[in-house]
Write a protein that binds this ligand. Structure first.
Ligand SMILES: [Zn+2]
Length: 84
């Protein structure tokens, strides 16, 4: 398990790629989500990745590839996504 040199305790690092000019951290939120409408915990997932430019460390740019998950609640059928 890699540790992130950033203050992002709620993220789990999936992969670190070191490129010539930048670092890429692939991260996802480690917390379980609940439906914000009814609190139900059973849902369908739809994973996407969003690339976020973050700080430069050690003179290289740092990109976060954040997995943004959209959910469709199986109880009330509302669609929601993780809050970053
Ligand atoms: Zn719901």
């Amino acid at each position: 398990m890699l540790s992130l040199p950033l203050d992002l305790p709620e993220f789990e690092v999936l992969k670190l790629t070191v490129q010539e000019s930048c670092y890429e951290f692939e991260v996802q939120k480690s917390k379980d989500e609940r439906c914000p409408y009814c609190g139900f915990k059973d849902y369908k997932r739809d994973d996407r990745t969003r690339k976020v430019r973050d700080l430069a460390i050690l003179e290289k740019a740092l990109y976060l590839l954040v997995h943004v998950t959209r959910f469709r609640c199986q109880n009330c059928d509302e669609v929601f996504s993780q809050v970053l």
